[in-house]
Design a protein around this ligand. Structure first.
Ligand SMILES: Nc1ncnc2c1ncn2[C@@H]1O[C@H](COP(=O)(O)OP(=O)(O)O)[C@@H](O)[C@H]1O
Ligand SMILES: [Mg+2]
Length: 190
């Protein structure tokens, strides 16, 4: 993978065996063509996260709500490719989110806690729902941080207090969700 050395991380080139499937704040994620695997390649300044995230995936390998880890290197991870939709895309596209999904996410996080982790940075873009309604949680790099993160608790509250109400819109504009995410990033919401 070749990226521009500006702070935009413009993607210049990548191997023909890969398909770009996502981008986060710290990495590009590709599907390895003709396989059920995904490769997360970290930007140079976030390279150190690769090892931390791999260690955490190893802790949750027995839990079905997390992808399998196949390989890890100094700046990348290979995990299951999850054929699904992030909760973020469910909300912006008006795909309904059920109580069962919310309950499964809770169970997934509870199970990680039982392994001694402190699930953090659990937000709409790090939760995927497959077409058969399975929940998968990705981007576990911050599961060992000591500071508590309330994002999931807040999302759950919003689900029961607002989303579930009959007249609450099931399709929410992207700019509103990004606005809320920005408040978290700036620590204005905790
Ligand atoms: N295993 C995967 N299967 C399918 N999509 C994925 C997978 N991993 C990541 N993605 C997509 O790529 C995006 C960025 O990945 P993520 O691991 O959250 O990176 P970052 O740590 O930079 O936030 C996710 O929000 C999701 O849309
Ligand atoms: Mg992410």
């Amino acid at each position: 993978m070749k990226i521009e050395s500006d702070n935009q991380h413009t993607l210049l080139d990548y191997d023909k065996s890969l398909t770009l499937i996502g981008q986060g704040r710290s990495a590009y994620v590709f599907r390895i063509k003709q396989t059920g695997k995904a490769m997360k390649v970290f930007f140079p300044e976030y390279m150190y996260i690769a090892e931390e995230e791999a260690e955490i995936y190893k802790v949750v390998q027995e839990i079905t709500y997390y992808p399998t880890l196949y390989d890890a290197g100094s700046n990348y991870l290979v995990i299951d490719y999850i054929e699904g939709t992030t909760l973020f895309d469910c909300l912006t596209n008006g795909i309904p989110i059920s109580q069962e999904v919310v309950r499964d996410i809770d169970i997934a996080l509870q199970l990680a806690k039982q392994e001694g982790l402190n699930p953090s940075d659990v937000h709409l873009r790090n939760i995927l729902i497959t077409s058969d309604l399975q929940v998968k949680i990705i981007d576990v790099a911050r599961f060992r941080q000591t500071k508590d993160c309330n994002q999931w608790l807040d999302l759950k509250k919003a689900f029961y207090c607002y989303y579930e109400k009959r007249y609450f819109p099931k399709k929410i504009p992207e700019f509103m969700l990004n606005g809320i995410a920005m408040l978290y990033k700036k620590n204005l919401l905790k």
